[in-house]
Design a protein around this ligand. Sequence first.
Ligand code: AMP
Ligand code: ZN
Length: 562
Amino acid sequence: MKPIASEIAYIVRGSARKNLKVLTAYCSFLACMVFGYAFLFQHLMQTLEGREFSFIAGVYWVITVMTTLGFGDITFHSDPGYIFAGIVTISGVVFLLILLPFGIISMFLAPWIENRLRYHPLLEVPPGTGNHVVICGLDPVTRALVRKLQARDIPFFLVISQYEDVQRLEEVEGIRAVYGDPSDLAVLMKLGVERARNVIVNLGDKENINIVLTVRSLCSTPIVTMVDEPEHAELLRLAGANQVVPLKKILGRYLATRATTKGAFAHVLESLGKLLIAELPVHGTPFAGKKLRDALIREQTGLAVVGVWERGKIVIPRGETYLSEQSVIVVMGARNNLEKLEKLTGELPEQDMVMIIGHGRVGCSAASFLEHKSVPFILIDKVVNSGCTEHVAVIGDATSREILKGAAIDQAQGLIATTNDDSANILFTLASRHLNPHIRIAARANREENVAQLYTAGADFVVSTTSVGSNILMNILEKRDSIFLSEGMNIFRHPVPETMDCRTLQSCRIREKTGGTVIGLERGRQEEPIIIPSPETILTSDMTMILIGSPEQEARCRELLH
Ligand code: AMP
Ligand code: ZN
């Protein structure tokens, strides 16, 4: 059954919404007419027949006459009175009994019936569909994933249980979705899950478990599922999910890495085998105010700088790249290289202090990460997180300046703005930047369109739920082990192809042909990887290249190296 809510929603949007305004204006006109006649009735009764009636009695008389009910309990006994009653009756017939129903039918009922007859939702995938991606659940993350799948020409089918959403998606966004309940076995069969390349499940944890179990009872198609509460991950795996993505936990870790200022190991973002990838703010290090060439990072630590962030934009560094106080360098190297960096910068994580606003799942994960790295932090939330027994948060609405000041924002070196409300995150960013100009701010954007605003408000780093989520899903779908640095920059691996065996890196002209840059070479698990290989390095087919580049460059590299 289609929910009544979806029918009401139909009336309050689109052309029906415009018609609703016309209907409201017409009803106001009718009300004015009733009140006007009631007033005249009172006046005529008194002047023609000398009888007193209240205004309410007048309204009652007009309604009974206009609707032609005419109870006959109040009547005129004079010719002008009869004429007036006649006029009221005729206007009632015309305006109330003819025009009003006609208007309602032509403006609402007919378009609604036409719409229902015209629109037939898709109930199953076309015969012969195979190797497609089935997506259960529509939210900003799956929407962004859909755009990526469309750009790569990968067939997909969304399954949505809300009739209204299915129709709107098709009519407004041109995406055809299958209408049905994804936990229903019959619906899953109609989606051809057994022939699909992947099933992505992205609803609430409980519904996810239900869907995973149902899909598993049908086939062995790989299932990727999102999880809200990390402790449900094991249950989802037991139910049969192949990959479980704890998005909020990952987001918390990303934010924490970017808000800390001290302690090189607190900045490790990912690892590729023995290679660690870390993002280190330049502020407070001896590298600030120097060109990359003069900062001598490689010479002193052995770490390779593979990218430089400047307010949300990442560039491939060159010798002349300037490292400002606001820059963040992406470095790659082994554990001992990072140890050297830590000695060089001389600042321990314990000397840092990070304020986390929002102790939900993301904030809690950021706190756990910082705790693990020995970075002190303060948590603020307007409510107590009942799911966390490890951390104690200051309770209060962080939009109030007093709470921020009371929580010593002026002493914090880092801030993580991670509430589920983007306008609040923008406000904290602005206020904190104002109270403490040198604070390092990492903010969460729940909606993609707020990323730019958060940067404008003064954030050093914005992590968007949508792009992180959709990139993780895309990586899994394309079976890539690439690391997502930001929208627009990935680190990825590819084995050296036979055609490049025994050739120098320079002669392969990978950068010229694809735009991607080789930043490392691995040979087996035991040997130390070569970081930033020189152009004369000889490639052998037992090596794996580590490259950095945009998603388009990554696609070109994969094509060239195939
Ligand atoms: P989650 O999406 O699970 O990371 O949760 C977001 C958290 O942000 C919730 O615990 C909310 O209580 C919290 N939050 C939302 N608005 C505010 C605010 N104005 N001040 C403090 N915390 C907030
Ligand atoms: Zn917690």
